[in-house]
Structure formats: structure tokens, C-alpha cells
Design a protein around this ligand. Sequence first.
Ligand SMILES: NC(=O)c1ccc[n+]([C@@H]2O[C@H](COP(=O)([O-])OP(=O)(O)OC[C@H]3O[C@@H](n4cnc5c(N)ncnc54)[C@H](OP(=O)(O)O)[C@@H]3O)[C@@H](O)[C@H]2O)c1
Length: 282
Amino acid sequence: MSGSGEPLGPHPSESLVGRVVLGVAGFSFDPRDRAADLATLRAGLAAGAGILDTARAYARVDDPLYGEQLAADAARGTGAIVGTKGGHSRTGPSTWDADLSAPRIRADVETSLRVFGRLDLYYLHRVDLAEQHVEEGVAALAALRDEGKVARIGVSNVTVADLERAVAVSRIDAVQNHHTAMGRESADVLAWCEAHDVPFFAYSPLRSPAPAPHLTAQAEQRGLSLQRLQLKALLQSSPVLSVVSGATRPRTVLDSLAAESDPWDEDLAFAYAADLAPIGTA
Ligand SMILES: NC(=O)c1ccc[n+]([C@@H]2O[C@H](COP(=O)([O-])OP(=O)(O)OC[C@H]3O[C@@H](n4cnc5c(N)ncnc54)[C@H](OP(=O)(O)O)[C@@H]3O)[C@@H](O)[C@H]2O)c1
């Protein structure tokens, strides 16, 4: 989906795990320096990121394709995969719609296809907010996959019940939900993905209100950021999990990417378990 014609990589269960994905949302909504943002994303890709995550909804009011075009421009010629999402669009300064109807999904996919040239991974963005049943959107997306317009299909903001209904219609290639090391908000959905060998993308992986005093102490001892350790805690927690990082500065992008190759040792495991214990998820 980079628009550069690179061949697809292996199937998601081989290629989309254990990764730090670069999220484009934070670059998209408000006026920013586009050239600097492009350079930041490209620096992340050059440093080893293999996937960008964007969406139709990551838009400016006056530019509905801003976030998709930014990802397409960043990925072009790099071989990176881009995941994008449809059925959810910005309709005003602080309003977004949600629509999983077949005509809407088809129209969104056709528009994204024009931006990227090919679509490696396409999600139904807001399964939780749309009034249509998940089956309708999945059937529409699966038909587009059968037509060769989308290589892989995903669902986002789903429950286990949604997933069961979705796979009754079609194979699902990826799931994207909010999930953090401390909150473990989508633990049940992640367990479902593990049981079905479906890649799980944890979005907003740092947005948890729960404190992590033991991991914080480890970070201070090691001279590392707490964010990097929290991303590592997530990555080591499941073989099917990738994190979708929202870092927007070169320093934080590179710091987050480093989590992928960081070691996870016994002291970190004890610290993480001690942080989880008070909130009953250890
Ligand atoms: N499917 C969905 O419905 C959905 C919803 C929300 C988000 N998402 C996806 O998830 C991505 C991430 O979401 P998010 O922005 O909420 O993510 P996040 O990574 O949880 O939070 C981003 C914040 O963390 C900071 N940060 C990241 N890495 C850091 C590091 N190593 N050290 C210090 N600070 C760090 C960022 O700072 P700086 O900006 O200063 O780097 C930013 O303030 C989005 O871009 C989007 O692709 C999907």
C-alpha cells in the first residue's frame, strides 16, 4: 500500500508481529510542519520501522485525505506496509461519523486505493460506533479483498463478540484496539487473537492513567524512558502483539522503535508484575 509497487511481504501472522508501528494520527489533525513530519516518519522507517498506521479519519477539516497522503508519501519507495482504515471520517472541527454500510466501505476503499496505489491492510475503523452490524462491513471488505483491491482486512475497536460475528462472515487478518501495559484494556480481545493466530495491534499504547512506579524505577536505573519500557512490556506480553506508537518527534520515534530490540530481563518482569499487582491484572 505504499504506492511504490513493492511486492507484499509474508502473511501477517509472520510479518506483522513483534513490531513497533508508526502511527500517523498525531501528525494529522492540526496544522504542523509537513516537511518536518515527513522527515520524522522517514527517519523512523530508515531506523527499522516496517509499518505505518493511518486512517481516513486522520484528516484536516480542509483536507480529508491529509493523514493518508502523508503516510503514502512517507512510505513511497521504502517497502513499508501501510495500514489504513475507513468507515469513519472527519465531518467538522471536532466531529467524526461512523458508517460500515457496504456502499460507504466500497467508496472509502476506492478513494484510499487512489491515494496508495495498493492496499495492504484495510480496517473497519469504528466498529463500536457504527449503527450497522459488523457483518455488513466485513462482508463488504471481504468482497473487496476477493476482487484484489485489498490484500488484508482488519477490524478496529471491537469486542470478542464482534470478532466472533466477523469471522462467521470472513477471515480477519488483523485487529486493532486500545491496549496499554498498565491498563490491559483489550486483554480478552488479545487472548482471542492469540487463540486464532490473528495479529493484534495495540493502539495508544502509552495512554493509561495507571501509575507504574516499579517500571519507573527501572527506567531511572537504566537511563531509559518509561515509555520505552512500557512498550517493551507490551511487546513481550504476546507473540501476536504489535504496538502502534504515537510518537511525533524524531527523538521519541527512535526511542520507541528501540523497544523492539531491547532485552526483557527478570528485573523488568518483576517490576512489571509488581506494578500490575495493585490493579489486579498480574
Ligand atoms: N484504531 C483507532 O481507533 C485508533 C485510535 C487512536 C490511535 N490510533 C493509532 O495509534 C497511534 C498512537 O496513538 P496515540 O497517539 O494515542 O499514542 P501513544 O503512543 O499512546 O501516545 C502518544 C504520546 O506519547 C508520547 N510518546 C510516544 N513515545 C514516546 C517516547 N518514547 N518517549 C516519550 N514520549 C513518547 C508522544 O509524544 P511526542 O508526540 O512528543 O512524540 C505522544 O504525546 C495513532 O497515531 C494511530 O495510528 C488508532
